[in-house]
Design a binder for this molecule. Sequence first.
Ligand SMILES: [Zn+2]
Length: 319
Amino acid sequence: MNLFMKNDINLSFTDTKEITKIYPDNKKNIFKQSENYHIFFCEGLILTKKIKNKFKITFFNKKNSLFNYINKTVYFGKFKDKHIFIHNISLEEKTKTSLKQVKFFNKKIKKEKISRSSFSDLRTIFANLSIKDSSIAGIAKSLINWKLTNTFCTKCGEKFANPINFKWETQCIACKKIYFPRVDPVIIVIVVKGNKVLIGRSHHFPKKLYSCLAGFIELGETLETAARREILEEVGVYINDIKFITNQPWPFPSSLMFGLIAKAKNKKLKVDKNEIEDAFWISKQELKQVLNGKNNNIIAAREGTIARFLLEKWVKNEI
Ligand SMILES: [Zn+2]
């Protein structure tokens, strides 16, 4: 089995092979070079263009009035021949609520005919982006979010200065400690028992949506021990024969999902309602219908997600 089964199915956020981190000359004005491209975020939303039912990231390589509202910049890297910079824009007035800010900028873009774009939620649109655009958008979202929420040194308490090199890492000017954007590892498991698999839903999931069970990896755990603990905690099922299938960066806010398949030793479920809302065993035939959208009560994890990938592979007898 190929260890990294990428690109044989639409797995969002996974195509980063053309991205390189070559830091540009920071003495030059980054806004005055036509080979530099700029992506914008506001309140965690990314500026995109909608073309029919597909979305594309909006890249600017010329200045417009949005550039006057930048409060944070990070250098993303080089994609093919473009240097990409990520910017967050914000209004100074603290009275504006987040929704009002987004509205303000969306209106401005339209009124000034800056672009036929608007700010949208990556979580809603990622399946309608190309895999390449979703990969750029995912990194950009995690990176700008990390920069905006990590503003003080946890070693000495100093406030971080706005770095002029726009690098991913942040260095404290006082104690020189360097911080790198964090990645949180998560396991997601398709648990099989004969002709059935286990699907479940969290309290925060959209209505009717079911997925594979998942959880954060804790200190000192391997992928296998994390999977064993999570599945036992959530549904009271012991698992064995755990195998790695594939992985996916998940930028909400910054996880790496390890997709595993495992066999259940017992069938009886003891669902911990504090952890998840519901879980049950579903047969291959029933799951096929769910994946084809032919079940009125259940919706499967969306296209582009690792959960969907695992469920589809299992239905097709490919894992
Ligand atoms: Zn410090």
